[in-house]
Design a protein around this ligand. Structure first.
Ligand code: UT7
Length: 325
């Protein structure tokens, strides 16, 4: 059985409310909260992506009751590591002393934690690894255009982590029951962030790309509300269950209206869709594991609960997994 055995999370100390933003740009709490549900986000001041990832990972390891040396694999989902090299996963490995683990990053934007979890599960199903640490960690504030009020108000910083183990011998049911995941690169330009241009002495200088996030918000909105219910149904059907069998839907925390629309299309009560976007904003790959950790720590998940985890975002990418706690 492939099971989440521990969770953890870390947020930067600095909380920035919508009212704080309205003092530095032409926006308002009314505009942001009525369109997105977001009231505040945490932004790094001294914290780093690696530091938050390590903090979240330590909590997850402690709850799982295993040591860093017992880890076989670490996958870090991020689009905002502290450095291009070394990778976030390798930096976490070094800090934790997870000397027996292979460590690498997986970049699938807001679907990153989910795709990383599914990658780990595939390794486990084929018997390659037993103990995994999966991290979603972001410092999105550094790739925002702080003059673009249409995007910078939506995002926050933070990290979440989960220890996932293959407990073949424990004989109980549950764990990861199914997953489904998709990409559509042809629609990728609706949510983009450029990279450093080619600058070497043997090439003509190329036009600088926008190195901050740019987004066609309405296109992303339509993409999310049409694909997320379908991919959830796909994963639930693969698990041999119906939507009514699901106790909790832990969705990527982008926008309250997107989540409400998914609930409506699935004909499920909104109470089954916990949210933390009001306090955290959208933290891309970190949003699902941070929410999962708070539900876990607050005792909101009962043994055997069936939970859908779902991510969607840049790429475009989207996916869902069904787990039994
Ligand atoms: O991980 C996936 C991440 N992406 C998403 O989840 C995005 C999904 N999309 C959305 O959530 C919505 O499309 C937004 C919240 C981003 C935007 O809402 P909208 O209702 O689609 O607004 P809009 O972009 O059409 O802008 C409407 C107006 C514009 O003014 P004019 O041109 O009508 O005069 C904007 O300039 O709102 C203005 N506006 C703002 N006003 C105050 C844009 N941003 C702001 C702002 N404060 N922060």
């Amino acid at each position: 059985m492939i099971k989440i055995c521990g969770t953890g999370s870390a947020l930067p100390a600095k909380k920035v409310t919508n009212d704080d933003l309205s003092k530095i740009m032409d926006t308002s709490d009314e505009w942001i909260s009525s369109r997105t549900g977001i009231r505040a986000r945490h932004l790094v001041t001294t914290e780093t992506t690696t530091g938050m990832a390590v903090e979240a990972s330590r909590q997850a390891l402690e709850q799982a009751g295993i040591t860093a040396e017992e880890l076989d694999i670490i996958i870090a989902a991020t689009l905002t590591p502290d450095h291009v090299l070394p990778t976030l996963a390798c930096e976490v490995q070094a800090t934790l002393g997870a000397v027996n683990a292979v460590a690498f990053d997986l970049h699938a934007a807001c679907s990153g934690f989910l795709f990383s979890m599914n990658t780990v599960a595939a390794y486990m199903q084929s018997g390659v690894y037993k103990n995994a640490l999966v991290i979603g960690a972001e410092t999105l504030s550094k790739i925002m255009d702080w003059n673009d009020r249409g995007t910078c108000v939506l995002f926050g910083d933070g990290a979440g982590a989960a220890v996932i183990r293959n407990l073949e011998e424990d004989g109980t049911n549950g764990g990861l029951l199914s997953f489904a995941q998709h990409s559509d690169g042809a629609r990728g330009s609706v949510l983009a962030c450029g990279n450093r241009p080619v600058q070497h002495p043997f090439a003509q200088p190329r036009e600088e790309e926008n190195q901050n996030v740019s987004m066609d918000g309405q296109a992303v909105y339509k993409f999310a509300v049409s694909t997320v219910p379908k991919v959830i149904e796909e994963a639930v059907t693969k698990a041999g269950l119906t939507i009514e069998d699901i106790d909790l839907f832990v969705l990527h925390q982008a926008n309250q209206r997107i989540i409400e629309s998914v609930a409506k299309r699935l004909k499920q009560p909104i109470e089954k869709f916990p949210m933390n976007l009001q306090a955290c904003g959208n933290i891309s790959a970190a949003s699902v594991p941070i929410l999962l950790d708070s539900l876990n720590k607050d005792g909101k998940i009962k043994p055997n609960d069936r939970i859908v985890l779902a991510g969607f975002g840049a790429g475009l990418t989207w996916g869902a997994a069904v787990i039994q706690w």
